[in-house]
Write a protein that binds this ligand. Structure first.
Ligand SMILES: NC(=O)c1ccc[n+]([C@@H]2O[C@H](COP(=O)([O-])OP(=O)(O)OC[C@H]3O[C@@H](n4cnc5c(N)ncnc54)[C@H](OP(=O)(O)O)[C@@H]3O)[C@@H](O)[C@H]2O)c1
Length: 264
């Protein structure tokens, strides 16, 4: 029997892209799902594309409304009795320089990517600790390891997640709870279209790198395989993964190269 068979898995950002692909893949592997994001109609459509659609629960939420996340968790526990795996995947990206970007945009990206993820994790964790069983996953980014132009708030939010979940892993390891950090490189989704520009409007264009990148379906299979092994951390992507691997060993070469990164 596979790792996800019979498990209750809560996925945020399940209305599109990586979250949608993961939902479809984990349903195939036998998981019962809670699908969350803001857009209810899209979540319903994703549920319809999952095997055993009627088993899964659509639970719309906004990660910036942190006070709603404990009541949402109570609803899930009431419905399924437990949460085996929490996949913190919801997030937004950025296209804007430091000098141009309104501080409200920095704050918004931090609120969605970092505070929302932290608040939901804190809401779910007590029930996992009580059962001495659970798996908390965060979909971070290579931008949680390195930084490239036009992504300062995004990279900051993902670096913050890296620190938070490294600490959490150390705290809960002997209490039966596992923590996995998944760092995607480029994956072909709407992440760049939905990215916030310097004034807070959406970028609304397909990213140059994302357009040529691996599909979310291929990514989902690789991520599901890694999570089934309860990896502590994994980078999944194309050649860009090497930048994050090389940076600690060749920081000046990395710094020289990153100035030349095409920023769209
Ligand atoms: N694609 C890549 O190349 C790439 C690379 C590295 C990391 N990632 C990470 O992968 C994750 C998924 O991104 P994606 O590529 O699949 O992009 P996407 O298609 O834009 O998906 C983002 C998801 O986050 C949800 N979301 C956004 N704001 C939210 C909020 N305030 N509250 C609740 N949900 C919210 C969106 O749903 P609603 O709009 O319905 O709320 C959507 O389901 C993100 O954390 C992203 O940083 C992606």
């Amino acid at each position: 029997m596979g790792y996800f068979s019979g498990k209750v898995v809560w996925i945020t950002g399940a209305s599109s892209g990586i979250g949608e692909a993961l939902a479809i893949e984990l349903a195939k592997r036998g998981a019962s799902l809670i699908l969350s994001a803001r857009r209810e109609a899209q979540l319903e459509a994703v549920r319809g594309r999952c095997e055993r659609a009627r088993e899964h629960l659509v639970l719309p939420l906004d990660l910036t409304e942190t006070e709603s996340l404990a009541p949402a968790t109570a609803k899930v526990l009431d419905h399924f009795g437990r949460i085996d795996v929490l996949v913190n995947n919801g997030g937004i990206s950025q296209r804007g320089t430091v000098v141009d970007t309104d501080i409200a945009v920095d704050r918004r990206i931090m609120e969605v990517n970092y505070m929302g993820t932290v608040a939901l994790t804190k809401a779910v964790l007590p029930s996992m600790l009580e059962r001495r069983s659970g798996h908390v996953v965060v979909v971070s980014s290579l931008m949680g390891k390195i930084g490239t132009p036009m992504r300062s708030a995004y990279a900051a939010s993902k670096h913050a997640l890296q620190g938070f979940f490294d600490c959490l892993r150390a705290e809960v390891h002997d209490k039966g709870v596992r923590v996995s950090i998944v760092c995607p490189g480029y994956v072909r989704t709407d992440i760049t279209k939905n990215a916030l520009t310097a004034d807070g409007s959406t970028y609304d264009q397909m990213g140059h790198a994302q357009d040529k990148a691996m599909t979310s379906d291929v990514f989902a299979v690789k991520a599901a395989d890694a999570l089934a092994r309860q990896v502590e951390e994994i980078m999944i992507g194309g050649n860009e993964v090497w930048a994050a691997r090389l940076e600690p060993f060749f920081p000046r070469l990395y710094s020289f190269l990153v100035r030349r990164v095409r920023s769209t």
